[in-house]
Each structure stands twice: as structure tokens, then as C-alpha cells.
Design a protein around this ligand. Structure first.
Ligand SMILES: Cc1cc2nc3c(=O)[nH]c(=O)nc-3n(C[C@H](O)[C@H](O)[C@H](O)COP(=O)(O)OP(=O)(O)OC[C@H]3O[C@@H](n4cnc5c(N)ncnc54)[C@H](O)[C@@H]3O)c2cc1C
Length: 322
């Protein structure tokens, strides 16, 4: 449902940043619509264990934390549109959010769309093998008794190895001579019986072998500069080789005007989409709250100045914050 087609605020993405923004806007009495193309909770759904989100002294599994955020989101009463945003642009004095369902006009928009897996061309994945190669680990949820190869040497690759090795054998293939992940994560992975970590290993080709399994041709370099080749058979391959901001739907014009729009509290970016290497759930949630407060302040000012549009309704108190 999304009637009418004009809202005080739009939020693109329902991960920790978008959910925190929705919850905060509700506290200010701002009517918000949230666009989410997948399940709510964002990347947290793929995290094995989150130990640095305040309030959970013993840590909490990613899916469990995502479920709690989802519960809080539902209670906020924000309207959820389960559609992908294809463009965000200026339309008269509004920002227009476009999905397959049509355009929704908003007085302000918070972009909380996170990141997407970086495109990789090395190794080349032939079309016939693509049904067994994944970029997000939650696509393998429910797989049991398989051998999963994971390419990558960062936090995501090692976190995926922890999740996947609960029910499968896992080989982590690291190109370099050292990992880039948190030492505590590397130690945990190495103590898991069902995980093998192969350093200095580069996958050169991926092919579909017998029985539909994947055959990964690898080259391993030794410390003395020599290299050996070997084939690795796996049921599935996960590429954990980096992520990039998922903001391709923002128009060029809005990008050019972004600074001025941000100052006015009309277009704000929150969470992983703008955080570079500082991608953490608590940072994203804090930025979502911050963005929502700026939007609420802008809307209050408009009402106070008597220039609010008919559709702009900022209900509730005028307290700055509680
Ligand atoms: C394996 C793994 C383990 C992690 N472990 C931890 C940890 O232990 N501690 C920690 O603090 N952080 C951890 N993180 C990072 C944490 O999950 C992110 O920092 C956090 O989820 C970012 O929140 P976000 O809301 O900015 O983005 P996201 O969580 O990425 O959410 C963005 C949402 O926007 C949606 N979206 C994107 N584009 C569109 C569009 N065009 N239309 C509609 N919807 C769209 C996406 O579907 C997604 O749901 C981990 C991440 C991974 C991958």
C-alpha cells in the first residue's frame, strides 16, 4: 500500500541505517515511507556473530539482531514499500523516488542503501557455472553437507567461513600471504575443523565439472617464488572480494547538488553507502538517527515559517529531541 503518493520523508533501504532513521522519524511524528527491495535488516542478516553492537554483552547472531531491528521497525509504523528504487531525482520542489510501482514524492529523502558486491572479472565465471557461484552468503542458507569454496581474505570471507562451516566443509582461498580480517576472526576460523585456509592461492579458471560440481583451477605460490597448480572441486563458490556503494539510482543532478541539499536537510546519506572502510552496524544506525533528526528539524522549520506544503504534516510536539 502507498497512498497518497506524497510523503514527508522517504528512506531508501531498510538495513540498520534505514531502520534507525524510520524509528527516529516516527518519534518526531514524521510520516515516512521506506523502500526496500529485499528482506529488512540489510547486511546484518548475513553476519555470523555481531559482538560490537552496544546492548548485547555476549554478542548476538546477525539474523537475530536483524529480527530485533525488524520488530522495532514494524512498531515504528513507517510504511514499507517492497520495491527496488530505480531512480531518485528532483521533481518540482520534491524529490521523486521511482520504482516499478510509480513515483513517490518526498519533501526529504534519506539514502541508506548500503553496498553491493564489487564486480569481478578475475576469475572469469562461465555462464554454465553461474548457478553455483554466489556473491552474498545468505543465498546459500539451508545448504548442508556441501563443500563451499570462498575467495577472499577480508572480514566478509572469514565471517562467511564461520557461518557456512556450521553445516558444510569450507575452503577459504586467500591470494596474498596474509589475511586482512580481524585477528580474532582469523583465529576462530583456523580453529574450526571443517575449514581449510589456503594462503597464496589464486583461482585462475572456474569450470563446471562432472556431476555439475565446480572445478577451480588454482595456482599456489611458495615463499621461494615457485608455484604449483592444482584443481579444487567444490559444490559452490562464494566471491567475497569487496563491496562498493549501492547508489547508482541517484541522478547526476542530485549528486551535483548533494552538498546544498544536505545542508538544507532534504537529501541525506547514512550508513555503509557513505562509510568507505568504516562499515559497521552501530555506525550506520547512529547515522540513520542523525539524518532523521536533521530531516525532522527541516520539516519543523518549514511548518514554523508557514511555507509547508499542504502534504507536509509534521504531527506531534516541537521538542528538539528527547
Ligand atoms: C559478513 C558480514 C559480517 C558483518 N559483521 C558485522 C559485525 O560483526 N559488526 C558490525 O557492526 N557490522 C558488521 N557487518 C557490517 C554491517 O552489516 C553493516 O555495516 C550494516 O548492515 C550497514 O547498514 P546499512 O543500513 O548502511 O546498509 P545495509 O545493511 O547494506 O542495508 C541497505 C539496504 O538497502 C537496500 N537497498 C539497496 N539499494 C536499494 C534500492 N535501489 N532500492 C531498495 N532497496 C535498496 C538493500 O537491499 C539493503 O537491505 C558485517 C557485514 C557482513 C557482510
Amino acid at each position: 500500500m502507498r497512498t497518497p503518493d506524497t510523503f514527508d520523508a522517504g528512506i531508501i533501504g531498510a538495513g540498520p541505517a534505514g531502520i534507525a532513521a524510520a524509528v527516529q522519524l516516527a518519534r518526531h511524528g514524521v510520516r515516512a515511507v521506506v523502500f526496500e527491495r529485499g528482506p529488512t535488516g540489510g547486511l546484518l542478516r548475513t553476519a555470523w556473530r555481531v559482538e560490537n553492537f552496544p546492548g548485547f554483552p555476549g554478542g548476538i547472531s546477525g539474523p537475530a539482531l536483524a529480527a530485533l531491528l525488524d520488530e522495532q521497525f514494524l512498531a515504528s509504523g513507517a510504511e514499507l514499500v517492497h520495491e527496488e528504487v530505480s531512480s531518485l531525482d528532483r521533481e518540482e520542489e520534491f524529490l521523486a523516488v521511482r520504482t516499478v510501482g510509480g513515483d513517490v514524492r518526498c519533501n526529504a529523502v534519506i539514502v541508506a542503501s548500503g553496498t553491493r558486491p564489487r564486480d569481478v572479472t578475475d576469475p572469469d565465471i562461465p555462464p554454465e557455472a553461474r548457478d553455483r557461484v554466489f556473491r552474498e552468503v545468505d543465498e546459500l542458507r539451508g545448504v548442508r553437507g556441501a563443500h563451499v569454496a570462498v575467495i577472499g581474505g577480508g572480514d566478509a570471507a572469514f565471517d562467511y567461513a564461520m557461518s557456512l562451516s556450521e553445516e558444510n566443509d569450507v575452503t577459504v582461498l586467500v591470494r596474498g600471504s596474509s589475511t586482512r580480517c580481524l585477528p580474532i576472526l582469523a583465529t576462530r576460523v583456523r580453529s574450526r575443523k571443517r575449514v581449510t585456509v589456503r594462503m597464496l592461492t589464486r583461482i585462475t579458471t572456474v569450470a563446471k565439472g562432472t556431476g555439475g560440481r565446480l572445478r577451480l583451477a588454482s595456482v599456489s605460490g611458495g615463499g621461494d617464488g615457485e608455484s604449483t597448480s592444482a584443481d579444487i572441486d567444490a559444490d559452490y563458490l562464494v566471491l567475497a572480494v569487496g563491496r562498493e556503494p549501492d547508489d547508482g539510482f541517484v541522478s547526476e543532478k542530485l549528486r551535483r547538488d548533494a552538498l546544498a541539499l544536505e545542508r538544507r536537510g532534504e537529501l541525506l546519506f547514512a550508513g555503509d553507502v557513505v562509510n568507505g572502510i568504516f562499515r559497521q552496524a552501530s555506525i550506520a544506525a547512529g547515522q540513520g538517527t542523525h539524518a532523521a533528526m536533521k530531516v525532522a528539524a527541516m520539516l519543523r522549520e518549514r511548518v514554523g515559517a508557514g511555507v509547508a506544503r499542504e502534504e507536509t504534516r509534521v504531527a506531534g510536539s516541537r521538542e528538539e529531541s528527547r
